[in-house]
Each structure stands twice: as C-alpha cells, then as structure tokens.
Design a protein around this ligand. Structure first.
Ligand code: EPZ
Length: 417
C-alpha cells in the first residue's frame, strides 16, 4: 500500500498550473457515449478518470490517452450493464445511467460506491429519470431501467440542486423527444462545461438566467473536441498548502471566477490575493487569522469540496474558526486524523469549531476520503517532523501529480511503496 512521507516546515513558494477538473471530466466521459467519438483536452490523469475509461470500455466504447487529451471512440453497439466492481469503485459512476439509457434504451447497474460522505442516495437521479419515461425496478441490489420506446422530454423539478442528478438528466434529455426543463438545477461550473460539451456535439442545451437548464432533444449527437475546465477544488487545495506554510503561490490555468466564494476566505485569513481571469497569486502572512464562519452551499456558495483543505489551514490560525457543512451529512472524517497531529477541533453535527494551535506535530495518519486526504496533506506540510500518510489512493482519485506538484514549490514530500 503506497504512502506519502511529508516533512513539514518548508515555506512553499513558486508557480503551479492547475489540471483539468475531475468533476467536469467524469460526466463528460459518460456523455461521450452518445456521440461515440470525441477528444477531451485538458483531461486530468486521475484514477477516477481511469475508472470512467474502464466503464466506457465495458460499455463497448474505447478511451485512450494522448498526452493531455483522452480520445474516446467506438460508439457502436453498447453493452448496457456496468459490473458491480466498476460501479463500486466510485459513486459518480451513477452518471453513466443517463447516457446508457439514452443510447440503448435500457440499463442494468448496481447501486454505486464511492466516498464515505454519509448516505449518498440516488433517489433524485431516479425520480428525475422517471419523469423522462424511464421505468426503474430494483432487483437484488441492481437497478433495471427501461424505456418503452424513446425517452421523452418533461419538466424535472429537483428538490435539491443535485450536481449528479442534474448531469444525468442533461445527458439523458439530450436524445429525448421534445424539450426537458430542469428546475432548481445545480449551477456548478461543471454543469456549464457539460452543457458546452453536449452543444459541441450538436446538442441543444441552454442555461437560463434563472438557472433552469433547458434541453431540446435531438436525434443524434456527432463527434467533437472539447477542452475540460480547470479544477477549482485542486486550486483551492494548493492555495491552502501555500497559506498554511506562510508561503506564496502563483496558480495558472485556473478560471478565477469559479473561486469567487473561496478567495475571500483566504483574504479573511490574512492572505494577499491578486488575480487575473486565469491566474491567482496568494501571499500568506506568517500566521493565518481565523475564519468567522464558512458555510458550504451549492454553487455559487462556498464549495463543500474545499471545506476540508481550508479547515486544515485554519488549524494553525491565531484564533477560532467555524465551519458549517450543509451539503453532506458526514464530511468531517478528516477531523480525528487532524487531531492526531495536534489540531484542536470540536464537531457538533454539521458544525466544526477549529481552535487554532501554535503548532502541529507529525504523525502517521490515514486518508479517509479524497478531500479529507488532501486536508491531512495540507496539515502535514506545516507540522513539525515527518508525517506518514496512508491510503493515499484516495488522493490519487482527484489530484494529478500531487507530490510532484508540492515538491516543485518547495515541499519535502516523497511517495513510498
Ligand atoms: C458532486 O457529487 C461531486 N462529485 C462532489 O465532489 C461534490 O462534493 C458534490 O457534487 C457537491 O458539489 C462529482 O461531480 C463526481 P450531489 P454528487 O448530488 O453529484 C444528496 C469530490 O470530492 N443527494 O450534489 O454526488 C447527497 O447525499 C466529490 O470531488 C440525495 O439525497 O453531489 C448530498 O448530501 C465529493 N439524493 C447532496 O445531495 C440524490 O439522488 C449533494 O449531492 C443525490 C444527492
């Protein structure tokens, strides 16, 4: 089992180019089943992307990497069943459901696995797809989904702006008969990126001013090329690494407007932030100030995925910070691991109170999930001594060349088998 060894105390300084967004690439890879052929540029080298390519192969398409791009081809006959093992590897596999149904008219998939962030049901996905004419039955942990003749458009009102449910409906509706309107749709940048991809393939997807997503179904989609947007969560994570070490960092290749709710938090902590449309420069103070209250919300609010890396940075602040996790039921799994490094954090339900301490010490710690793993790496960069991070497969799901990037800006980090 691979591990990371991080020797804390170095002040990070330098420039990093941020990779393509995992949470944009995954739904777009699922949607690529529909045109059958496409080239995705700026597609990140992540194990979750590999898992999605494996699912495409299982479904009869093939996906291979050419440098920074992934080429998907072979949209011929599509197998409509995703085996249990692949579905369990990551929760976002559920976003293939809409694509398979749109392509083949039926799908058989097992209930998905993925991050342990509390119960992660798929009821919103299923209820939404039923509005488009999908008949869904459950059979020994498998979902059997069928369409009598062709998917039809409809009005889908999401009780919660679920990112995945919005994406599933967009993909299924792209080839449905008639118009679909998604009310209370998610507004994350990854939704717009998926819409841009579908439109590049000849789809008709429009995001209205009020946030409704309107999809006019077409008979077929055609091959296209698309550039995946930059990963705003990776950007927030690297900013947290620089902030906790009193460092300075220039991020390039970002979409600064996607971090509009994140950058003010770093300024509140005493960091100087300078931005252009595609670059962010952060200069941290010797010691960070606390955060009055960070509430995670659907976009454009503060993103839940950036909560744990920012919490790690707050552990060394000169005061107490409050976090309120409104999106997932259990997204504080990193807290016990941070506590092993000397952090002083109290969790009550959705609220976490972080009392800043003067110093953290090294420890052997476990990555609990993707962003929780990133959080303990952030803390280890500023802890006294050498920390050992276990189960780093979680980190590899969402961060490309993680230790190389950190080492390139001065971190003392190495991966060990
Ligand atoms: C996407 O997950 C992201 N994953 C998550 O990133 C991100 O945290 C989340 O959106 C919120 O922004 C991908 O895009 C691959 P949701 P998703 O559906 O689609 C509940 C990361 O670290 N819910 O918006 O699963 C759900 O339990 C990952 O990169 C239902 O109740 O998020 C959660 O509490 C983690 N029923 C809330 O909604 C449903 O049918 C948000 O879920 C679906 C969701």
């Amino acid at each position: 089992m691979e591990k990371l060894k991080i020797c804390g105390g170095s002040r990070l300084s330098g420039t990093l180019r941020v990779h393509g967004a995992k949470n944009a690439a995954l739904p777009i890879l699922a949607a690529s089943l529909l045109p059958g052929e496409c080239v995705l540029h700026n597609c990140p080298r992540l194990t979750d992307v590999e898992a999605a390519c494996n699912i495409l192969a299982q479904l009869g398409a093939s996906a291979h990497r050419e440098g920074e791009s992934v080429v998907v081809s072979g949209g011929g006959d599509c197998c409509c069943c995703i085996p249990d093992e692949l579905m369990r590897r990551m929760r976002s596999s559920i976003v293939f459901l809409g694509a398979i149904i749109a392509k083949c008219g039926w799908a058989r998939i097992s209930l998905p696995g993925g991050c342990e962030l509390g119960p992660r049901p798929i009821d919103l996905h299923l209820a939404a797809l039923e509005r488009l004419g999908v008949e869904i039955g459950e059979d020994h942990g498998y979902l059997d989904c069928r369409v009598r003749d062709r998917l039809h458009g409809g009005i889908v009102t999401l009780p919660f702006p679920s990112v995945g449910a919005t994406e599933n409906v967009m993909i299924a509706a792209a080839l449905a008969e008639g118009e679909t309107v998604i009310r209370n749709a998610a507004r994350e940048p990854e939704i717009s990126d998926l819409a841009d991809f579908l439109n590049a393939c000849g789809g008709r997807v429009r995001i209205a001013q009020n946030g409704d997503v309107r999809i006019e179904g077409v008979r077929s989609l055609s091959p296209c090329e698309h550039r995946v947007i930059s990963d705003r969560i990776a950007a927030a994570t690297y900013l947290s690494c620089a902030a906790i070490t009193g460092g300075e960092l220039l991020l390039t290749g970002v979409c600064t407007e996607h971090l509009s709710a994140v950058l003010p938090c770093f300024e509140e902590m005493g960091c100087r932030i300078e931005t252009t449309a595609e670059t962010i420069r952060l200069e941290a103070p010797k010691r960070l100030h606390p955060l009055r209250c960070v509430r995670t919300m659907p976009y454009p609010g503060f993103p839940t995925d950036a909560q744990s890396p920012l919490m790690a940075a707050a552990c060394l602040a000169d005061g107490s910070s409050m976090f309120v996790e409104n999106i997932f039921e259990s997204r504080y799994k990193q807290v016990p691991e941070l506590a092993r490094m000397g952090a002083d954090i109290k969790v009550e339900g959705r609220i976490a109170l972080v009392h800043g301490v003067r110093e953290l010490h090294s420890a052997s710690v476990h990555c609990t999930d993707l962003r929780g793993g990133a959080a303990i790496a952030v803390a280890a960069l500023a802890a006294q001594g050498e920390s050992e991070l276990l189960e780093i497969g979680h980190i590899d799901r969402g961060y490309e060349r993680f230790e190389e990037n950190l080492a390139s800006i001065g971190a003392q980090v190495r991966r060990e088998a």
